[in-house]
Every structure is written in structure tokens, then in C-alpha cells.
Design a protein around this ligand. Structure first.
Ligand SMILES: Cc1cc2nc3c(=O)[nH]c(=O)nc-3n(C[C@H](O)[C@H](O)[C@H](O)COP(=O)(O)OP(=O)(O)OC[C@H]3O[C@@H](n4cnc5c(N)ncnc54)[C@H](O)[C@@H]3O)c2cc1C
Length: 403
């Protein structure tokens, strides 16, 4: 199916995607490979990103084994420098002051690893290269002006006067989604009043390809969740989620003092640390919407859901939105249009269940650790020891591998 561009400026495609972040780019590649004509729109131009490899990107993602396989199938994974990809072979979780961690190992479920740790920029570059190689139509540096959505088709008008006519419009334009607002999707949002600080360090002792995470409280009893993710060359990437007040004071520290705090918070497990590059900080929210579809508009990625990064699942969930949507569209009957209500209902049913499971896990764990209520604290100790139980452990690992 080819895209027809007729003068003065009308673009006709099966599917338009707004947002060329990791999820929108992956959707463009997957839908094109499934035989649909696609146009990808972004108000910025991701090709202008500085992709030079020298410095390590502070934005790092844990990508699940299933999504790694999918990205390989899309021809994206081999485009990344494999020497800069970390392997997560095990996870250790420390709760409160417990000295012995809960251990989850890939070997428990006969898997090679529990996921890959990649730089955001590297994955973005690989996806963009694939988009260009497949000659997928892109309209970058183009801001959206108007969406007219009807049950049978949708029109998107850009400020440069290009009008896109398509059967489906995918909103992949971030947690602040402009498309979602235009089509009036109701959204429930909760601020965690936390900020995640990310940074990379070279460490003294071998990390052993183990991801480590500490759940504890700060002096005011607020949650502190610190993750150390293994990178190649004995480097680690950290995600430290703390109250925004605490984050503000951590961000004011010198590089040396911040490094000391990170080492101490992880019990000095990996010896000396050397900060690589700069820190970055992100406010944390939980966001969900009951409707993932309205007429011909479909939400994917952070436009559809935003979860706490403690499980490293935001982009993984977004990729799974795409996997499920492509599967549903590929298997449609010849008489069904891409925006057939039954097809889109299937998408909503499947994705709501998956999103709900992840929100329940991350938000539930957050609440469990945040609560200062004594009764809940007791239940929490009970819960954690239960978690150590072999069966639950297997379930957790299976979940991690399947994601
Ligand atoms: C600290 C931290 C750590 C994380 N770690 C992990 C992890 O380890 N694993 C994981 O899976 N997830 C992780 N996440 C979550 C992950 O970052 C997000 O889920 C993911 O980036 C969302 O991708 P997206 O493509 O949906 O949206 P975005 O990355 O937000 O991209 C949206 C795109 O839409 C474009 N856009 C916005 N508005 C418009 C508009 N009006 N018109 C046109 N284009 C527009 C933007 O320019 C952008 O290109 C983490 C998040 C945080 C904060």
C-alpha cells in the first residue's frame, strides 16, 4: 500500500502516528512491516538529536527479553552497538533494613537474562535508522493544529497546512498527549510527589550483571527507591526516586557528595564510584485512562498510561501496546476496516488488563512502602517474607521474563 500525496498538501495513509518517541517510532516500523501505509508526525525533529557515542546517555532503559526479541524481529536491535548494551542476569531487592536481599535469577526460569539495559539515544537512533531505511513517511518539526475524528475516518491538520486523512490515528505523543486532549479522553492522574534522579557511574567492584534495588524511607518517612542497573565496562546506571523535596537537596550537592550518597544508599556494595556525565531528573506520576480508543483514535505508550519507574516498565508497556495492536490489525478479516469497532474493542480489552496489572504492581508496592501506618507496616513485613516464598519468587521471575 503506497501513500498518495496530492497537491496542494494532502497526505492519505492507513495509519497516522503522532509522536516519534520510542513507542511511536517502533509503531511506525511494526505497522509498515505488517503492510500498512504509515505517516509519522512529531512537533520536534528526532533526527536532530546528538547521537554521538562518546558520552553515555543518562537516560537508560531496562528492556524486557520479549521486547528485545520483538525489536530484533523488527530489524532494530542489530542496529545498536552491542558492546554498549548491559545484560541483567539477576535482580536483588533490599527492603527496609533487611541485609539479605530477595534474589531473582534468570536461571530460575531457564532464561538467559531478565532483560537488556540500553541507552535511550542508542535505541532511538536504531529505530530512526529503520524508519528511514524502510522509507516510512515522516513529517517532523510539524505541529498539530486540529483533529477531526469520526467513526469511519480521522483527519489531522498540521500548522504547515498539511492535512492527513487516515483510518486510524495513534496518539504516541507523551503523557501530556495533545491528541488525547483534543479528543477529550478522560484521564486520572496522581502525582507521586517524587522525582527520579538518573545518572551513570563507573564502579570499582564487578557488578556481576546484577540489577539491585533498595526500598527504604528518608528521614521524613517518605519512600526512597534506588535502582542500580548494570551497564558494560563495569558501569552502572542509577534511578533514584525520592520525595521532590529530597531530590531538590540531592540535586544541589556537588558531584562528589552526590556520588557518596549513592554509594552509601546502596551499602557501599560496589566499592568506589566515579560519576560519568551529568544527572537528569524527572517528576513521577501515575496516569491512566479508562478509554484507550475513541472513534478512530487509539492511545499507545505514555499517552495511554504512565507508571512509576520502579519496575522499569513504561516503555515496555508501550511496546506491548504496539505488539498487540499490530497483531489484531494483521489478523483482521478482509471485510473489516482498520477502525472496525470490534477490532478496537479487542485492543482495549487486552491492553487494559496488562496495564492494570502493571499499575497494580507498581502502585501497590509504592503504597505498601509509603505507608507509615503501623498496621500496614506489619502487613508489609509479612508481605515481604511471603514474597520470599519460592512460589511467589518464581511468579515474579516468570513475570519479569514474560514482560
Ligand atoms: C526515570 C525514569 C526511568 C525510566 N526507566 C524505564 C525503564 O527502565 N524501562 C521502561 O520500559 N520504561 C522506563 N521509563 C518510562 C519511559 O521513559 C516512558 O514510558 C517512555 O519514554 C514513553 O515513550 P513514549 O514514546 O510513549 O513517549 P515520549 O518518549 O514522551 O515521546 C513522545 C513524543 O511525542 C512528541 N510530541 C509531544 N507532543 C506532541 C505534539 N503535540 N505533536 C507532535 N508530537 C508531539 C515528542 O516530541 C516525543 O517525540 C522510565 C521513566 C522515567 C521517568
Amino acid at each position: 500500500m503506497s501513500i498518495k500525496t496530492s497537491p496542494p498538501s494532502k497526505v492519505i495513509a492507513d495509519i497516522a502516528i503522532v509522536g516519534a518517541g520510542l513507542v511511536g517510532l517502533a509503531a511506525a516500523v511494526a505497522l509498515h512491516q505488517a503492510g500498512f501505509s504509515v505517516v509519522l508526525v512529531d512537533s520536534k525533529n528526532p533526527s536532530k538529536t546528538d547521537f554521538s557515542e562518546d558520552a553515555w546517555d543518562a537516560r537508560i532503559y531496562a528492556i524486557s527479553p520479549k521486547n528485545v526479541d520483538w525489536l530484533r524481529y523488527l530489524g532494530v536491535w542489530p542496529r545498536m552497538n552491542q558492546k554498549r548494551i548491559g545484560q541483567m542476569q539477576a535482580m536483588e531487592i533490599f527492603a527496609d533494613d533487611e541485609k539479605s536481599p530477595l534474589k531473582l535469577s534468570a536461571s530460575d526460569v531457564n532464561a538467559e537474562d531478565l532483560g537488556a539495559i540500553v541507552e535511550s539515544k542508542a535505541l532511538m537512533q536504531a529505530l530512526l535508522t529503520q524508519v528511514n531505511t524502510l522509507a516510512i513517511k515522516t513529517l517532523f518539526d510539524a505541529s498539530c493544529e486540529k483533529v477531526v475524528s469520526a467513526p469511519q475516518n480521522v483527519k489531522l491538520l498540521l500548522s504547515n497546512q498539511i492535512a492527513i486523512d487516515c483510518q486510524l490515528l495513534l496518539a504516541a505523543d507523551s503523557s501530556q498527549s495533545w491528541v488525547r486532549k483534543q479528543v477529550n479522553f478522560p484521564v486520572q492522574k496522581k502525582s507521586y510527589e517524587q522525582t527520579a534522579i538518573v545518572a551513570n557511574f563507573r564502579v570499582e567492584k564487578p557488578h556481576g550483571n546484577i540489577a539491585r534495588q533498595w526500598f527504604s524511607s528518608d528521614l521524613e518517612g517518605k519512600n526512597s527507591i534506588l535502582a542500580w542497573l548494570p551497564l558494560p565496562d563495569n558501569m552502572i546506571s542509577i534511578v533514584w526516586s525520592v520525595s521532590t523535596k529530597q531530590a531538590d537537596s540531592l540535586l544541589k550537592l556537588s558531584g562528589c557528595d552526590f556520588t557518596e550518597r549513592v554509594k552509601e544508599a546502596g551499602g557501599n556494595l560496589l566499592g568506589g564510584f566515579k560519576l560519568q556525565g551529568s544527572l537528569a531528573a524527572f517528576p513521577l506520576n501515575l496516569q491512566k485512562t479508562n478509554n484507550l480508543v475513541q472513534d478512530c483514535v487509539v492511545l499507545i505508550g505514555d499517552a495511554a498510561h504512565q507508571v512509576h519507574p520502579m519496575a522499569g516498565q513504561g516503555v515496555n508497556l508501550g511496546f506491548r501496546d504496539v505488539v498487540d495492536l499490530v497483531e489484531i490489525l494483521k489478523n483482521k478479516h478482509a471485510f473489516q476496516s482498520l477502525n472496525d469497532a470490534n477490532l478496537l474493542r479487542q485492543y482495549v480489552r487486552i491492553r487494559k488488563a496488562d496495564n492494570f496489572k502493571m499499575m497494580l504492581l507498581t502502585d501497590g508496592l509504592y503504597q505498601l512502602f509509603e505507608s507509615q501506618n503501623r498496621v500496614v507496616k506489619l502487613a508489609r513485613c509479612w508481605g515481604f517474607s511471603q514474597t520470599k516464598h519460592q512460589a511467589v519468587k518464581k511468579l515474579l521471575v516468570a513475570n519479569a521474563v514474560a514482560l
